[in-house]
Design a protein around this ligand. Sequence first.
Ligand SMILES: NC(=O)c1ccc[n+]([C@@H]2O[C@H](COP(=O)([O-])OP(=O)(O)OC[C@H]3O[C@@H](n4cnc5c(N)ncnc54)[C@H](O)[C@@H]3O)[C@@H](O)[C@H]2O)c1
Length: 440
Amino acid sequence: MNIAIHGLGYVGTVLLAYLSSLGHFVNGYDVDESKTELLSRGHSPFSEPGVEELLTTHRYSYSVYSSSPGSLNKVKATFICVGTPYRHPEGLDYSYITRCIDTICLHAQVNPQLYCSPHPIFIRSTIDALFYNRLTRYYNAAYPDHPAEFFFVAFPEFLREGSALEDITDTGSLNIYFSPAYQSLVSSILSDLFPGHNTIPTSLSAATSIKMVSNSWHALKVAFTNEVSRVLHSSGLDSADVFRVFALDHKLNISSAYMKPGFAFGGSCLPKDLNGLVSLGRTNGIDTPLLSSTLASNPNYINDVISEMEAQSFDSLYMYGLSFKEGTDDLRNSPFLKIALHFCQSKSVFIYDKCLSESSARNAASRSAYMSLGSAGDSMQSLADFKYALSKATARDVFVVCHKLPAELIEMIASLPPFTIFPLGNRLPGTLPQSQVTFV
Ligand SMILES: NC(=O)c1ccc[n+]([C@@H]2O[C@H](COP(=O)([O-])OP(=O)(O)OC[C@H]3O[C@@H](n4cnc5c(N)ncnc54)[C@H](O)[C@@H]3O)[C@@H](O)[C@H]2O)c1
């Protein structure tokens, strides 16, 4: 297959070496002549294990240019691998990508044979969704005559310098893309270029955000491990051994547990143990900005929801669920309780929580929370009472969903006048009639 690559830095050169080695023909472009000069002699512009060997062996499978459109016609797919450097304070600079689109379109206007049409332009550079949409608008506005039927596929690159070839050939690695059109064309091109890889289509959100989210997560893990290690070292403890054991737990520690977008954390353990580690650091004179800001970030979610609710100037508040975790009667540090407490003096508040409302053995901590809730606590008798109260709801009321709604309540909500629902913790079932409620 004939391929074009724009940008021959780490990402572009590794891709060029990899695709040439599979027997494809590649036109490579880079504005930096020093790179194209080296590549034209079969040398890599940077040191990366195995890349130079592939370039030398497959030298006649690629051509490199710094200005002309290249020698290949009927190019079937184009890859954009130019830099997207961070500029402070504006953010990532995407201007190199836009410049590439100009180059591609101008080349296509001069030589209509150059690109097969429709023609996917795979963006391997790191971009966000706003830029993706802006790029599409830019292309449509600047090139209304569409020199070829170009469309943009967000195709993030995950290779790591130092093991780039290993990563690009690893069929077990994550290969995701978002294409707005021509799904079967894109899928067949990608399976030819990345044979044996599990290459899967995703949403625009995932394809454009995943790279920044993954790298921020990696940076967070490094900073977390180092900060905690300093605290442990300051008490004479072996942090390497602690993290070795920590990483053995694949159920909660090294896993997707706790990675579902939702609401603030609570309960007795997370806030307490986090506070414990921060105070151990403080005692030993170790600054813990990351751990401390984790504590500081949690109330933000609660305060934001309270502000959004206040902005509704509602009459009554209905809450489904109150304990920090569904299926328990533990109210310690429950973020939902904080919301109830905030409104219980000024509004009519009706709460139902399966474990708390129907359990006769309320624990001591819960009992004192009930007391502070006043009449809202008294209202927590049974599901039947809650349903009776809910049957009187008007459009001026709000419903905060903290735990998973049972089918009978979903049905009931569908028959009520529309009111605002706060789906905290992402606990709303897809079956809830969207037309009936305003989601916040
Ligand atoms: N380096 C990595 O490990 C890595 C991994 C995954 C993703 N990425 C992302 O891939 C993109 C490229 O990264 P990189 O490390 O290869 O960058 P790089 O700076 O090494 O290479 C970018 C190349 O693009 C060239 N270029 C700039 N404008 C051009 C234009 N208009 N036409 C043709 N060439 C042009 C530059 O001369 C340079 O050689 C970035 O968005 C980066 O975030 C990088």
